[in-house]
Design a protein around this ligand. Structure first.
Ligand SMILES: NC(=O)c1ccc[n+]([C@@H]2O[C@H](COP(=O)([O-])OP(=O)(O)OC[C@H]3O[C@@H](n4cnc5c(N)ncnc54)[C@H](OP(=O)(O)O)[C@@H]3O)[C@@H](O)[C@H]2O)c1
Length: 272
């Protein structure tokens, strides 16, 4: 089988996480062209023989390095127009595009790349940086392209497929932004520990390791989170006392519903 040429436009936080995953994946037969203006964070990649680094699309075009099987678009949404303008006329018409930008639809991308362009859209999340992300992929594309996109995303965690792109706003609100909610929960638990009389560093450590441990437990067993919660809640005990506050009307479930709804609305707005 031919070697895949993967071009990555934007190698910041998420682009770097992807690139690290790709380089780790022994089953991915590919070479990589990376377009990233700021090379200061990419020292770890300079000795990689399969990676060519360029500061901009113009430099890659000049070096004849734009032939690609898949072009992964990992710039901020507000930079997307500029990035596409630089690449769209210099590329192999057979390249497929995989965008991970929040709020940018395949329709918006095809308006710029041409209605015949093969465009896929994905929403990863930050645990991708440690190979523990989850990415939702919308891939209205030929099987081989869909399979390559799946493999590229699998390198940083789990992949779920969406048949309907409209679900991407709700996905963004749950898993794309979700890690921030868990970080906030950890901060809040630590602060509550301080208010309960613990030294700050101890409270923060207890909160962080508790959240990480609970996450690892959920990942290790098939038991649903609600059952895990019930298993540690004895009637009349301390956990029950806390949960009666968290699960009251207007408590955590209600707040989370409102938070996810706000994120979903914002995602829709960003895509307009
Ligand atoms: N981080 C997340 O949790 C997350 C989750 C899901 C999806 N995403 C999506 O992933 C994308 C990247 O996010 P990020 O957090 O990785 O952002 P980031 O760290 O800012 O990375 C974007 C990178 O693209 C570079 N860049 C800007 N213009 C460019 C151009 N014309 N050509 C090539 N590179 C260019 C930027 O360089 P400069 O800094 O020098 O401008 C930066 O290094 C966004 O669209 C975001 O919506 C992010």
């Amino acid at each position: 089988m031919a070697v895949n040429h993967i071009m990555l436009i934007g190698c910041g936080k998420m682009g770097s996480a992807l690139l690290e995953g790709w380089l780790r994946d022994a089953s991915l037969d590919a070479v990589f062209t990376i377009i990233e203006p700021d090379h200061s964070r990419l020292g770890w990649v300079v000795n990689e023989s399969r990676v060519s680094l360029y500061e901009g699309c113009a430099a890659a075009v000049a070096a004849n390095a734009t032939e690609s099987t898949m072009i992964v678009l990992a710039v901020k949404p507000q930079m997307m127009d500029e990035a596409l303008a630089a690449i769209r006329n210099s590329n192999d018409a057979n390249s497929a595009y995989l965008s991970i930008a929040a709020g940018i639809s395949t329709r918006w991308l095809k308006q710029r790349l041409g209605s015949d362009a093969v465009v896929l859209r994905a929403m990863p999340n930050t645990p991708a940086a440690v190979g523990r992300g989850i990415t939702a992929l919308f891939a209205d594309a030929p099987d081989a392209v869909r399979a390559l996109a799946h493999q590229l995303l699998l390198a940083v965690g789990d992949v779920v497929h969406l048949e309907n792109e409209d679900l991407m706003d709700a996905v963004t609100a749950v898993s794309g932004s979700g890690p921030a909610y868990v970080f906030l929960l950890t901060e809040a638990l630590g602060m509550a520990g301080v208010k309960a009389g613990l030294p700050e560093s101890l409270a923060k450590e207890l909160a962080k390791v508790t959240v990480c441990g609970a996450g690892a437990l959920m990942a290790a067993v098939d038991t649903p989170p609600a059952t895990l919660r019930e298993n540690v809640t004895s009637q009349g005990g301390t956990t029950a006392a806390a949960l009666s506050v968290l699960m009251a009307d207007e408590g955590l479930p209600q707040l989370m519903t409102e938070a996810v709804d706000a994120a979903k609305k914002r995602s829709i707005q960003l895509g307009e």
